[in-house]
Structures are given as structure tokens and as C-alpha cells.
Design a protein around this ligand. Structure first.
Ligand SMILES: Cc1ncc(COP(=O)(O)O)c(C=O)c1O
Length: 438
């Protein structure tokens, strides 16, 4: 008997009892290798002593003081650490509890910014097809994920462009740069169709996560996107909830793309799973305008700037630096790619192996030549997840569908503390899982 309303109402779940480093153990003592950090969350692995120590210290001193009345030391410190990494020390950071809230905050900043400037018609937020920016009303409306379908027609319908997804959309005669430019120019076409005076912002993941599986953009794509946003006065939001906080080998994913966003959103890795934490980093000229115009900014949740959550965030960032973990993300990421290619390059159902840093995926197709996905009723994603759990592996399967001509993916987003022996363990399990399912 349970009173829990589970995520999967017909599913049964093993009970997680304890965790350590790269592993989680269930109530039977079975051991699971965590190769996705849940969903790109546990960047330091489980039960990291430095974070637990810092968190306990903060909770013993002061767990919470509502930020409508006080500021607190951990949020001041973490905001400074993030602003310094953002490269604009006057940038400001708004802390919330999860990724959806961080993106909602970014949307509210965009809407109130344009209103305060007297440009009230700038309301629409453009996103991309097959994008996920959260599950609240605004974030689900604006994103282009398949999850929208289950809530029917209650959502807002705002414009979306296609993602920059070379494996499926680059034409045979195009160079990578030509494709990147063509994909970016679809933003300009959409702005012109809708009218720039109606567009507040464009939101995009520099490396796409859950929807299409670790897809970086083609060269030059983001440089052109930034130029278009500047030309038409549109704020550019970099959703780094999955791909940020070092996941792709640089602290911010945009750093590898030659552009500076107006806002960056972080979650998942920044709290490392030790606390629910998210951040919306805002360029200082935007924050400044709220101050100097006298219009202010009206928004808030109970747990904004939560002291214990921010203390965990400070410890996560300090540990990433002190233990030089981004170097490990880069080297083990390359090693993971190499091992996946060596093992599966010629596999008849693995169409693509891709990603950056410790953010990698394999795309599974029915036919490698035509890139045709498996039929929806083959339930490949569900079977892959079940087989992975059976073999003691946690990886993140993303659903493909015939209707959308998208393959299913298995995503890997392991803790940054990963060693080569874990990769070897992964490869052994993957062979068994793919044999079971395909
Ligand atoms: C890119 C991206 N944005 C936003 C979200 C929403 O974050 P949360 O689930 O913490 O609300 C997610 C979650 O998977 C995500 O991957």
C-alpha cells in the first residue's frame, strides 16, 4: 500500500535507500551505477563530504530567513561567484528552487523590462521545436516538447523555429557553417513574420538536453542568433539548466559558442541534488533599468534566495574549482565518446553518437540509412529504461516518435568525479541492455 501519487501512475519503483559517489542502492541492496546523475543533477556524485559539511554548517547556523525581510550570506556569496563567472561583475542573480521557476523568472524579467520601456506589445517569447523549458504553464506553453500534447489545447501558442540539429536537418550539399546560418536565419524570418514589436525574447539551450539528446549547434549558429536578437531588440535567454554548471566542460555552455546571452538560467547541477536550487543570471543593464526607471520588478516565491540551498550551491561551485573537475569533464567526456564510438559505430540501430563534455547521447533508429525511428508502439524508450534498471544502470532515455521523425536517445550525464573504471562498467552494461532490447 502507498499513498504516493507517483510520476508514473502504473509504475512500481524500487526504493532508494542510500547512495555513495557514483552509486545508488535500493532496499534489496542492489547497486545502480548512476550515469545520468538523475537528470544531469548530481554533478559531484552522491554524498560528497564537502557539500554535506557546508550544508550542515549552514542549517545549524540558520536554515532559512525569508528574503522579503533579509538577505543572507550564502545568497550574497553565490551571486558573486556566478556574476564573476558570467564575466560581468555587476550582473545580478535571482535565486529560485527549480529550472521551471528560473525560466519563468527570466520570462517575467523580459515582460516587465519591455513594459517598463514603454514597449508593451513586446510579449511573445520564441522558442524552438522539440525544446523543453519546464512544466509550469508558461514554460510548457513556450517550449516545444512532446509533453505539451498531454494537456491538450489550454496552452499558449507562440511561434517556434526548428532546432539546429545537424544529424537530421543538415542537407547533403551544405557545410556545417552553411547549415548553422540557415538554421539561425529561420529566427529572423519568424521575427519578421510576427513583427519585432511583438517579440520579447528568444529562449534556447546551447546544447539541447532531454528532448533530442545532447545536440550541440552547428558552427556559427549562435553568433548569427546573437546578431539577429541585437538587430531586432530581442532578449536572448540561454537555458543552461541541463547543459550549464560545467556539464559540457566550460562553466557556462554559451562560452563555447562565441556569444553572450542577456540572461542565463541554471538549475540541476548548481544544487548538485543536495538542495533544490536554480538561478536566473541577468545582465546588469537590464537590472539597472528596473532601478533607474523607478518601475521596479514584481515577482517572488517563498523560497527565493533560500539560505541553505545557496550554501549548497556555494559548496558545489567551490568543489568543482578546488578539485579541478572541469578538466575531468573534458577528458572523461572525450573518453566516453571514444568508447561509445568504438563499441557502437557499426551497430545497425545506433544512428548517431554525440555531445560535449560529460553530456553525451546515442540516438537509436530502426533504419540507420533512412534514420527512420522505431514505431511508437514498439515502446523502445520504456524498454530501454526497464532493461537499464534491470542491469543496475541509471541513464536517461528520451522518447523519439515516428510522428515527429525523431529517434529515441539514451543520454549520459554522469557525475564529474567519474573514473575510467566507471566507463568500462557502463560499456559492459550497455552491451547487455542493447542486446536485450534491440
Ligand atoms: C533545459 C531545461 N529547462 C528547464 C527544465 C525544468 O527544470 P525543473 O524540472 O527543475 O523545473 C529542465 C528539466 O529537465 C530542462 O532540462
Amino acid at each position: 500500500m502507498t499513498s504516493v501519487f507517483y510520476r508514473g501512475v502504473t509504475e512500481t519503483y524500487p526504493k532508494a535507500m542510500r547512495s555513495d559517489g557514483m552509486y545508488i542502492f535500493d532496499e534489496t541492496g542492489k547497486k545502480y551505477l548512476d550515469m545520468s546523475g538523475g537528470a544531469a543533477v548530481s554533478c559531484l556524485g552522491h554524498q560528497h563530504p564537502k557539500v554535506i559539511e557546508a550544508l550542515c554548517q549552514q542549517i545549524k547556523t540558520m536554515a532559512f530567513a525569508h528574503t522579503g525581510f533579509f538577505t543572507n550570506e550564502p545568497q550574497e556569496k553565490l551571486a558573486q561567484m556566478l556574476a564573476a563567472r558570467f564575466g560581468e561583475k555587476e550582473a545580478r542573480v535571482y535565486f529560485t528552487s527549480g529550472g521551471s521557476e528560473a525560466n519563468e523568472t527570466a520570462f517575467k524579467i523580459a515582460w516587465q523590462y519591455w513594459r517598463a520601456k514603454g514597449q508593451e506589445s513586446k510579449k511573445k517569447i520564441i522558442a524552438r521545436n522539440f525544446s523543453y523549458h519546464g512544466s509550469t504553464y508558461a514554460t510548457l506553453s513556450i517550449g516545444g516538447s512532446l509533453r505539451r500534447r498531454v494537456v491538450g489545447d489550454v496552452l499558449l501558442e507562440w511561434p517556434r523555429i526548428d532546432p539546429c540539429y545537424a544529424y537530421r536537418n543538415q542537407l547533403p550539399h551544405e557545410s556545417e557553417e552553411e547549415y548553422g546560418l540557415r538554421a539561425a536565419n529561420s529566427l529572423e524570418a519568424t521575427i519578421l513574420k510576427e513583427g519585432a514589436e511583438n517579440i520579447a525574447a528568444f529562449i534556447v539551450e546551447p546544447v539541447v538536453g532531454t528532448t533530442i539528446g545532447c545536440v550541440p549547434a552547428a558552427k556559427g549558429y549562435f553568433k548569427r542568433i546573437r546578431a539577429i536578437c541585437d538587430q531586432y531588440d530581442i532578449l536572448l535567454i540561454s537555458d543552461e539548466i541541463m547543459c550549464g554548471t560545467g556539464r559540457v566542460g566550460s562553466f557556462f555552455a554559451y562560452e563555447q559558442e562565441d556569444f553572450l546571452p542577456d540572461m542565463v538560467t541554471l538549475a540541476k547541477g548548481i544544487g548538485g541534488g543536495y538542495q533544490p536550487l536554480a538561478a536566473t543570471i541577468v545582465r546588469h543593464h537590464i537590472h539597472d533599468f528596473f532601478v533607474t526607471s523607478g518601475k521596479g520588478f514584481d515577482h517572488g516565491h517563498t523560497y527565493v534566495g533560500h539560505a541553505s540551498a545557496c550554501a549548497a550551491g556555494c559548496a558545489v561551485l567551490t568543489t568543482i574549482d578546488e578539485d579541478n573537475l572541469l578538466a575531468n569533464v573534458r577528458s572523461k567526456g572525450e573518453m566516453l565518446q571514444q568508447k561509445l564510438e568504438e563499441a557502437f559505430k557499426d551497430h545497425p540501430h545506433i544512428g548517431d553518437i554525440r555531445g560535449r563534455g560529460l553530456f553525451r547521447a546515442i540516438e537509436i533508429v530502426a533504419d540507420k540509412k533512412t534514420k527512420q525511428p522505431f514505431p511508437d508502439d514498439a515502446n523502445i524508450t520504456k524498454k530501454l529504461k526497464q532493461a537499464a534498471m534491470k542491469h543496475g544502470l541509471i541513464c536517461f532515455p528520451c522518447s523519439g516518435s515516428t510522428k515527429d521523425n525523431l529517434g529515441s536517445c539514451i543520454m549520459f550525464a554522469p557525475p564529474f568525479i567519474l573514473e575510467e573504471s566507471h566507463l568500462d562498467e557502463l560499456m559492459g552494461k550497455l552491451h547487455a541492455i542493447l542486446k536485450d532490447v534491440l
